[in-house]
Design a binder for this molecule. Structure first.
Ligand SMILES: Nc1ncnc2c1ncn2[C@@H]1O[C@H](COP(=O)(O)OP(=O)(O)O)[C@@H](O)[C@H]1O
Ligand SMILES: [Mg+2]
Length: 346
């Protein structure tokens, strides 16, 4: 349904995409996972005919998006991180307007708007101006707008970044329902969990390059299963700690940014590794701030694949409120810790 070959795009000296290949089978969800600045939106915009590639080709259901953008646009719906809806119109008016832009009759636009509002549980708010909507409602309306044209391919660019967990779960259910009905979905995300739940296959992008491709399980296997996460009180001890923990399970990885050592449990039982780590630390009188075992996060997979954490990649909007990398639980924790220790020092 989607076929991309050797796609490249630069902005000045920034190589946003460097020869990306992608194949998405009909009726599946393909997750495009990567930190801020990885090139996800650039790929999405090329597929949505909003941007021309420097080289390479992209087809939607056999239609060349560069050569036949109008035809390609009939096949796709696009919804994104920043809901593009008119504040002053009501939810219903927004959807009907989109329907009219698709060339639907007034009647058909009304029918589809009603349908989309119902499916996204916005019926009660349908006749209120969008400026009274919450962030989650706007995002649902934006998704509704992308469905009015009944697209074969739905492209979602970070649809849940910045949403609360409940609204996020609702959107996940809804996306799953669309796929069951036959829609093909390309979804970009910064959350491994999201790709894990929704995506049949995942492509990991970093600096415009594909660094891994596979199912969620395959990616986690590359990381070595669960990780034991060791946060030392003294960050100067990180490499010593990594040395002490070498050989008990997977190769310890040092994450300088968050001051942690991560030990992939590999084939061993997580609790056994956790216990061994705790005993080893106590034997060496190493004071810990935190010791935990968790599923690999996007950060962990990134660390394993690239040697740098996802949030190390600087972008101009890296401190914005909606920025997903900054609002991962790990980073929120790291920020709280930093705030706490700053308080201690003062
Ligand atoms: N219109 C643009 N002009 C200049 N640089 C851009 C533009 N769009 C994207 N970039 C740069 O290209 C890179 C990839 O950006 P993007 O595709 O938005 O990444 P993502 O969506 O994964 O965060 C980044 O370094 C970004 O700053
Ligand atoms: Mg983006």
């Amino acid at each position: 349904m989607i076929e991309v070959r050797g796609l490249a795009k630069s902005f000045g000296n920034t190589k946003a995409l460097t020869g990306v290949d992608l194949v998405v089978e009909p009726g599946t969800v393909h997750g495009l996972l990567g930190p801020n600045g990885a090139g996800k939106t650039t790929l999405v915009r090329i597929l949505a005919t909003l941007l021309r590639p420097d080289s390479g080709s992209a087809f939607i259901n056999g239609v060349d998006v560069v050569a036949r953008p109008n035809k390609a646009r009939e096949l796709i719906g696009l919804a994104g991180q920043y809901a593009a809806v008119d504040e002053l119109l009501t939810g219903r008016e927004n959807l009907e307007m989109v329907g009219r832009l698709y060339g639907l009759s007034r009647k058909e636009a009304r029918v589809r708007a009603t349908d989309a509002l119902e499916r996204l549980t916005l019926t009660d708010a349908a006749n209120r101006p969008v400026k009274t909507y919450s962030g989650g409602m706007r995002r649902r309306l934006d998704l509704g707008a992308s469905l009015v044209g009944r697209p074969m391919v739905l492209i979602l660019d970070e649809p849940t970044t910045g949403l609360d967990p409940r609204t996020r779960a609702q959107l996940w259910d809804f996306i799953t329902e669309l796929v069951r009905e036959g829609t093909t979905v390309l979804l970009t995300t910064q959350y491994l969990e999201e790709a894990d739940i929704l995506a049949d296959r995942i492509m990991v992008l970093d600096h415009g390059r594909v660094i891994a491709e596979g199912t969620a399980d395959e990616l986690k296997a590359r990381q070595g299963g669960d990780v034991v996460d060791v946060k030392a009180e003294d960050p100067a001890m990180l490499s010593k700690i990594a040395e002490m923990l070498t050989g008990i399970a997977g190769t310890p990885q040092i994450d300088e940014r968050s001051g942690r050592v991560l030990v992939p449990v590999g084939d061993r039982r997580g609790v056994d590794v956790l216990t061994t780590v705790a005993l080893t630390m106590s034997d060496h009188d190493i004071a810990l701030d935190d010791l935990a075992i968790h599923r690999p996060s996007l950060d962990d997979v990134f660390l394993a694949l690239t040697g740098h954490g996802a949030a190390d990649v600087e972008t101009e909007d890296s401190d914005s409120e909606l920025d997903g990398v900054d609002s991962t639980p790990q980073n929120r924790r790291a920020r709280r810790r930093a705030a706490k220790s700053a308080g201690k020092a003062a």
